[in-house]
Design a protein around this ligand. Structure first.
Ligand SMILES: Cc1cc2nc3c(=O)[nH]c(=O)nc-3n(C[C@H](O)[C@H](O)[C@H](O)COP(=O)(O)O)c2cc1C
Length: 309
């Protein structure tokens, strides 16, 4: 079984990837999306979202990281995919799931699920540009407003030569409302001869087993479930018990960014608060910690509270 850490904009950044891959059980990470407009992006954009590119595209624990691109222009997607590969990305993932509306007249993400021909053109252009030894993958939802094009979309991506396809088993309209429709993944699997990755609503080892049964798909992608329970991947793979709150506190201190950025890391306090909102699902302690740090906005103060708790 292969487990991917899901891309999550604003939450799963390089520090989160570092921590979760140290905790273990993950085989691959995908970055937050790089938004591609009609331009060749400077290298610094890739390095900012994926500092691992400075280290062979690997997290400190040695897990490969794949850059995700979001955009609608096949030629610019191809051009920027090539840059990411040249910088050391372990393959390219294309985002066809992001619910955001049109931005700067540039579409990308789930809106494209209404146009299978666009999916084909984008994946084909990227596949043609990127040397064949590097995987080109895509991530979709089941559709935009409904599932009418689910099979056609998957087929377009397959015909364009994608190496594999991750499926978040809900439409854009479904948002994040449970359930995820895992049996839909099995339907898609029956029509395309391409490895699939099942995603959506896996919060426990039991969910993972049920998802595998219903989706007929061995490989999984974990998002919010791994933020709520950082050793979820190991719980799924080797039945590991949930990690202790004490161990988690050390991760929170690391994620505050204080050890790395000192007091300048103003941006991490917000990310910690966001992470705590996921941890609350599995750890009651996260709720009271959240209350204590809610008004704090520098890393040092947060670390002080964490050390006293
Ligand atoms: C805050 C947030 C940010 C996300 N950002 C991305 C993203 O940048 N790219 C992407 O393909 N999916 C993104 N997703 C979707 C997740 O990768 C995943 O498909 C979704 O959360 C369902 O999986 P889960 O139930 O395991 O969380 C995001 C989801 C959330 C909640």
């Amino acid at each position: 079984m292969h487990i991917t850490l899901a891309p999550m904009e604003g939450v799963v950044d390089h520090l989160m990837r570092d921590m979760l891959t140290q905790v273990g059980g993950f085989d691959l990470c995908v970055t937050e999306f790089v938004r591609v407009v009609q331009t060749k992006l400077p290298k610094k954009v890739f390095y900012r979202l994926c500092p691992e590119l400075h280290h062979g595209g690997l997290t400190p624990a040695g897990v490969p990281v794949k850059v995700q691109l979001l955009g609608q222009h096949p030629e610019w997607m191809a051009e920027n995919a090539l840059t990411a590969i040249e910088l050391g990305s372990h393959g390219i993932d294309i985002n066809f799931g992001c619910p955001a509306k049109t931005v700067n007249k540039s579409q990308g993400g789930a809106v494209l699920l209404q146009y299978p021909d666009m999916l084909y053109k984008i994946v084909k252009a990227v596949r043609d540009a990127v040397p064949i030894e590097h995987a080109v993958t895509a991530k979709i939802r089941l559709g935009f407003n409904d599932t009418l094009l689910a099979l056609e979309n998957a087929d377009a991506i397959y015909q364009a030569g994608a190496s594999s396809l991750a499926i978040h088993a809900r439409t854009k309209r479904d948002g994040y409302r449970p359930p995820a429709y895992w049996p839909w993944i099995a339907k898609i699997k029956a029509t395309v001869d391409m490895p699939l990755v099942a995603n959506g609503e896996i919060w426990s080892a039991a969910d993972a087993t049920l998802c595998q049964e219903q989706s007929q798909c061995t490989n999984l992608m974990l998002g919010r479930g791994a933020l709520a329970l950082p050793n979820l991947a190991k719980s799924i793979k080797i039945n590991e018990a949930p990690m202790s709150w004490e161990a988690l506190k050390l991760l929170l201190i690391h994620y505050s960014g204080y050890e790395i950025y000192g007091d300048k890391g103003r941006y991490y306090p917000n990310r910690i608060k966001q992470w705590l909102s996921y941890l609350k699902i599995q750890y009651p302690e996260a709720e009271s910690l959240f209350t204590q740090i809610r008004k704090l906005n520098n890393a040092k103060d947060i670390v002080d509270v964490l050390q006293k708790n």
